[in-house]
Design a protein around this ligand. Structure first.
Ligand SMILES: Cc1cc2nc3c(=O)[nH]c(=O)nc-3n(C[C@H](O)[C@H](O)[C@H](O)COP(=O)(O)OP(=O)(O)OC[C@H]3O[C@@H](n4cnc5c(N)ncnc54)[C@H](O)[C@@H]3O)c2cc1C
Ligand SMILES: NC(=O)c1ccc[n+]([C@@H]2O[C@H](COP(=O)([O-])OP(=O)(O)OC[C@H]3O[C@@H](n4cnc5c(N)ncnc54)[C@H](OP(=O)(O)O)[C@@H]3O)[C@@H](O)[C@H]2O)c1
Length: 468
């Protein structure tokens, strides 16, 4: 196992052409060998992760992600070699309403993985098994048959494993996919409709909008709706994108939880314009995998992705955090860090949080923890419940009333400002308010305010961690 690592060191010191040659001729075969060794090692482990697949006992062609449940594994866990973590806690955070937000804890005690508050955890989801089986039925394919996945280094696996772990079967089909599927329509009118949808014409775009963007079909819906379209499953597998890991802001601090990472995930479930109910792959899988008494803990492949969303070095530096909904996640980790420092007798600077959710009594997540921090004097808490009164109240409304505080922290006291959550509107509005504070309280021109904000961003004093 040491050979490729030593080789890597040598390669870095060699001229480019030589390192290329060595990489192709020597390293690549060694890596292949390394993979094989892992596959064979895998056989000696009783792998719960695969227990629904046909691979549980003869795992040579099981999903690559299973191989890493080797406590003696010396490779660092990363995107290609994720850690199969146990889910030790998985509970509902919402107290009412019809949405669900999960607090999930992954055990990383055997992994040697380390994290810092503000990092992300990447979770490899598994597709809904009903959808996978339905694809087998619709294409008349025995899912235990083997398939070679070219984009997984020609890995041999079964259709069932490929469709469960490697292929995004719920992705919206692109026009390119629609065009290729059209070739398999035995009915001319179905074929023409699909070909039209894939064109750039006005009519084609309108059709694509209503059939794909508004109805939001996945590949199973398409095969169910267009009955003459019957592509072979191996072609479907090559058309659909790779199943990507989902990232979650870690909502814990290693100071308090060195052996687990926590995530705060809102379960994605929505109705499309056409009335179809859609469910998110990862969050629906997580929601269905709660630890049950007397049963083995659920396992899921994860790895840690480092971020630049970091607390200032000094605990005395004042900070303002702005988060909506699950945007509270990384701030829970920050608060744990500062509370830990305070408990250890360190002086902690102003710690100000603006948190927004819909209703105080429904989705005010981690309410008790936040109120406790406030009571202990650690936290200055500003709350915006958008739907508890006739007019919306957002974190941005509260921030707007506190322009002096923003300038005081950022302009006068060398503090840090963080924003996390919705990338589309909230983060943009918050940025505009910070600019307004720099202009109106800091007395800068608009141009200088933009320059100052850019400078704060590049020195990591203004950090934004948003997704849409
Ligand atoms: C850096 C980063 C950090 C993140 N941190 C968190 C976090 O802490 N907590 C958290 O909950 N999420 C977080 N996310 C989002 C998370 O990664 C996933 O995207 C999310 O959980 C959905 O995954 P899924 O597999 O359940 O849904 P998917 O199967 O991926 O479906 C999601 C897709 O459904 C569509 N969609 C979702 N809602 C609607 C809607 N209402 N109307 C129409 N279409 C919709 C969108 O196209 C969306 O991309 C983060 C994302 C990033 C990039
Ligand atoms: N890609 C995904 O699948 C995925 C998954 C999770 C989250 N997200 C995104 O991440 C964000 C947070 O999601 P969430 O479910 O945790 O939050 P959420 O409950 O939808 O929203 C949290 C709060 O933010 C408010 N808000 C809406 N627009 C705002 C604005 N411009 N400025 C300030 N506050 C605003 C909301 O008010 P109102 O709703 O009352 O207007 C609500 O009170 C959402 O934008 C969501 O789209 C995406």
């Amino acid at each position: 196992m040491d050979a490729p690592r030593n080789m890597g060191t040598i390669i870095r010191t060699l001229p480019h052409y030589l390192s290329n040659l060595i990489n192709r001729r020597i390293e690549a075969p060694l890596r292949k060998l390394e993979n094989k060794v892992f596959y064979f090692n895998k056989r000696s482990y009783d792998d719960n992760y695969c227990h629904n697949d046909e691979h549980s006992n003869s795992c040579i062609d099981a999903c690559q992600i299973c191989v890493t449940w080797d406590k003696n594994c010396t490779r660092p866990f990363d995107a290609n070699n994720p850690f199969l973590a146990q889910i030790i806690t998985n509970k509902e955070l919402h107290k009412g309403g019809n949405r669900s937000c999960l607090h999930v804890e992954f055990d990383i005690s055997d992994s040697k993985m380390e994290y810092e508050a503000g990092d992300y955890v990447a979770v490899y989801p598994k597709n809904n098994s009903r959808l996978v089986e339905r694809l087998g039925e619709l294409t008349n394919t025995d899912l235990s048959k083997g398939i070679t996945l070219a984009n997984k280094g020609n890995q041999i696996t079964s259709y069932r494993t490929a469709l469960s772990h490697y292929i995004e079967i719920t992705a919206l089909p692109s026009t390119d996919v629609i065009r290729k599927l059209a070739e398999y329509c035995s009915n001319e009118s179905d074929k023409n409709k699909m070909l039209l949808m894939a064109t750039n014409s006005k009519e084609g775009k309108t059709l694509y909008k209503s059939f794909v963007e508004e109805a939001s079909p996945n590949i199973v819906h398409i095969l169910e709706d267009i009955k003459s379209c019957r592509p072979p499953l191996n072609h479907i597998c090559s058309l659909l994108p790779h199943l990507q890991p989902r990232y979650y802001s870690i909502s814990s601090s290693p100071k308090l939880f060195p052996e687990s990472v926590h995530v705060t995930a809102v379960v994605v479930k929505y109705k499309t314009k056409s009335g179809r109910v859609k469910q998110g792959v990862a969050t629906t899988w997580l929601a269905g995998n709660k630890p049950q008494k007397g049963e083995p803990l659920p396992r899921v492949p994860i790895y840690i992705r480092k971020s630049e969303f970091r607390l200032p070095q000094s605990m005395q530096t004042p900070i303002i955090m702005v988060g909506t909904g699950t945007g509270l996640a990384p701030f829970r980790g920050f608060l744990q860090e500062r509370a830990h420092a305070q408990r250890n007798g360190n002086e902690v600077g102003d710690t100000i949080l603006y948190f927004g959710c819909r209703h105080r009594h429904q989705d005010f997540i981690y309410q008790e923890e936040l109120e406790e921090y406030e009571k202990s004097g650690l936290l200055k808490l500003n709350l915006a419940f958008s739907r508890d009164q006739a007019d919306k109240v957002y974190v941005t409304h509260l921030l707007e009333q506190n322009l002096e505080q923003i300038w005081n922290v950022l302009g006068n006291r060398n503090g840090h400002f963080y924003v996390c959550g919705d990338a589309n509107n909230m983060a943009v509005n918050v940025r505009d308010i910070v600019l307004k504070s720099i202009r109106e309280i800091g007395g800068k021109s608009h141009q200088d305010a933009v320059k100052l904000l850019n400078n704060l961003k590049s020195t990591k004093k203004y950090c934004s961690d948003t997704w849409s």
